[in-house]
Write a new protein. Structure first.
Length: 286
């Protein structure tokens, strides 16, 4: 029989798998034999003449207390759905018109595709290096608890980036944890978006990445020659000040003394001249 139907469900939900036959209202389940199998070999449920064959047929124990069948349309109900329920199921219906001549009314497969929602992506950014022009960052995006294996993608201002992706899972039928890592060179404030896609579903988270670097030009220390020349100039200046402090008072004092002597000598000369004139006058009068 060809697979004709695909049923999708999420972990924890209740799902019904349709069978290929519906019992007419004029009949009852007592006239039928119904088998629900997984992968065509493992029995999930089985009924004959309206009674369960659980005592006579080896059932899959993990479906115990999680399954039931509608007595009219023969739908198989599973609740709650688990990841391991993912797979192909087979509904076989036989009519017991005569116990010796039972015949198959239908034989059909249906595929159950189980998904589990991933958590909202979590974005973290770590600065790895700085320069005057940009900030280098390691950006990580992680999500957990989902199924099937996801695809992780990222965009920097609507421009896609290449991820280094790693997955953590126990088997092909277990929940996935996924982490993506990318190195970015941020030259200005930008919007970064991380998306986790699985089976037609997608969850996204955005984060504003900021260029945190402030360009400060470091002070260049003076060279050795500059230091030496400056030191010599300062020393010469100090010596000049000291010499000036010692020399100038004596020079001024000496200058003052000479000036005073000249004045006194001039006074003397001025004093003598009138005396001589007077004596001469007196002599002439006599």
């Amino acid at each position: 029989a060809l697979e004709k139907k695909i049923i999708k469900s999420k972990v924890g939900e209740k799902v019904g798998l349709p069978c290929c036959h519906e019992i007419p209202s004029s009949e009852s389940l007592h006239n039928y034999r119904v088998y629900w199998q997984k992968n065509t070999t493992d029995v999930v449920l089985a009924y004959a003449e309206g009674e369960s064959l659980s005592e006579h047929v080896p059932f899959l124990q993990r479906y115990k207390n999680r399954t039931e069948m509608d007595p009219r349309n023969l739908t198989l109900w599973i609740s709650p759905v688990e990841i391991l329920d993912n797979g192909s199921y087979h509904c076989v219906v036989q009519h017991l018109k005569y116990l010796q001549n039972s015949f198959v009314l239908c034989d059909e497969r249906v595929t159950l595709f189980v998904t589990a929602d991933f958590s909202e992506p979590n974005i973290t950014a770590e600065v790895s290096a700085n320069s005057c022009e940009s900030t280098e960052m390691v950006v990580r995006c992680s999500s957990y608890g989902g199924f099937p294996k996801p695809k992780i993608s990222g965009a920097l201002n609507n421009t896609s980036v290449v991820w280094n992706v790693s997955w953590v899972f126990e088997s092909s039928l277990s929940l996935y944890n996924v982490t993506g890592e990318v190195q970015l060179n941020v030259t200005k404030d930008v919007k970064f978006t991380c998306s986790v896609e699985y089976d037609g579903f997608a969850k996204s988270t955005s984060l504003l990445l900021k260029n945190t670097n402030f360009c400060i030009v470091p002070t260049v220390p003076p060279s050795y020659n500059v230091i030496t020349a400056s030191s010599i100039i300062i020393i010469i200046f100090l010596v000049a000040v000291i010499l000036a402090a010692r020399y100038l008072p004596r020079h001024v004092c000496s200058h003052c003394c000479k000036s005073q002597d000249s004045v006194e000598e001039g006074v003397k000369q001025c004093t003598k001249l009138p005396v001589s004139s007077k004596v001469t006058s007196e002599t002439s009068s006599v």
